[in-house]
Design a protein around this ligand. Structure first.
Ligand SMILES: Nc1ncnc2c1ncn2[C@@H]1O[C@H](COP(=O)(O)OP(=O)(O)OP(=O)(O)O)[C@@H](O)[C@H]1O
Ligand code: SF4
Ligand SMILES: [Mg+2]
Length: 324
């Protein structure tokens, strides 16, 4: 069997002075050519996981392998250098661009910092990428505030693609865009994926975008992956109560196909007060005493579908009987 392009095992990332575990013992892999979605409520650790995979944030434990070579356990500068083929499209693209710099200067600087010294080569790469993302070279003279949200996304992608990545992490790639612009931007991601042989990790709140774009989806809750499955399986037969609630709460999921679900109760607890046992138990309608005593590990449901819930077997059969 082939090996994943990127694989993390037992990944822990601690944040802030208190050393809270924003990513807590995560196993995740990405196959070449795949689009992997990461979903979960605000604060569940999606960006921290993305930044750790990227090497921008140092892991406290665990291992990351790229092309089957270990790229973790080294100081941040070397970690990032070893992972140059992984690039990140920031959650807030506008903030990632310097407001006082013309777009052309920012694009040149990105390439210069990454080691492309020859300005003709930079110019050629930039023009090639602008063309690929459907922008005219006239944008090079503009400042960020003179561009639309859709144009900013295109610039963000052109900038990253000029670095010739293999893996692109897209953090909330459609946040703040109108629906029609979203559709264009998503089509652009698909086109670029085919044209440049990319694999994507797509972090998003928007389940309809994830369903449309992703081959496989991982669901995070308070720093842990609670379910991971091929996209179709996750949306049609979710096994974790959190995933079910999330799908139940999502406005644009097809009601015909939806399994029995409740919507989410309240907000997640803070990372400072994570419940013992299963972290979801304070919001779970199916919690029992055992759920406060045991931490559920990911178990295989079938094929590439895994879930971390002590009661997934009971709940799956409960659903089958209820829906007939
Ligand atoms: N540098 C930091 N210092 C303290 N806490 C942090 C730091 N970075 C992240 N956190 C905390 O870690 C948790 C995970 O944050 P993260 O940004 O990864 O979540 P997220 O899933 O990306 O959320 P969102 O959907 O809002 O972008 C949050 O509770 C956040 O407050
Ligand atoms: S382990 Fe228990 S509390 Fe956690 S999701 Fe499953 S049923 Fe709910
Ligand atoms: Mg985030």
């Amino acid at each position: 069997m082939s090996s994943p392009l990127l694989a993390a095992t037992g990944l822990v990332t601690q944040v802030g002075k208190a050393g809270l575990r924003a990513v807590d013992n995560v196993d995740i892999h990405l196959w070449a050519g795949e689009v992997l979605g990461i979903v979960g409520e605000s604060g569940s650790g999606k960006t921290t996981l993305a930044r750790t995979l990227l090497g921008q944030q140092q892991e406290s434990a665990g291992e990351i392998c790229l092309h089957q070579k270990r790229v973790s356990g080294v100081e941040p500068r070397r970690a990032r250098a070893a992972r140059r083929v992984i690039q990140y499209v920031h959650q807030d693209q506008a903030a990632a661009l310097d407001p006082w710099w013309r777009i052309g200067n920012t694009l040149h600087e990105t390439l210069r910092v990454s080691g492309v010294r020859n300005s003709d080569e930079r110019k050629e790469r930039i023009e090639q990428m602008l063309k690929a993302v459907g922008l005219h070279t006239g944008v090079l003279e503009r400042y960020p505030h003179e561009l639309s949200g859709g144009q900013i996304r295109r610039i963000g992608l052109a900038r990253i693609l000029s670095l010739r990545p293999e893996i692109v992490i897209l953090d909330e790639p459609t946040a703040g865009l109108d629906l029609s612009v979203q559709a264009n931007v998503l089509r652009l991601f698909k086109d670029m994926q085919a044209q440049f042989n990319l694999s994507y990790i797509m972090v998003s709140h928007d389940l309809s975008v994830v369903r449309l774009m992703c081959d496989r989806v991982a669901v995070m809750y308070l720093g842990k992956i609670v379910e991971v499955a091929p996209s179709q399986q996750l949306f049609e037969s979710p096994a974790h109560p959190y995933t079910r609630s999330m799908l139940g709460a999502a406005p644009r999921v097809d009601p015909e196909r939806q399994v029995q679900s409740s919507t989410l109760n309240g907000d997640p607890p803070s990372l400072m007060k994570t419940p013992d046992g299963c972290r979801f138990r304070t919001r779970c309608d199916h919690a029992t005493d055992a759920c406060s005593r045991h931490v559920p590990e990911l178990e295989t449901v079938s094929g590439e579908h895994s879930v971390a819930c002590l009661r997934w077997r009971d709940l799956t059969s409960f659903n089958l009987t209820r829906s007939h």
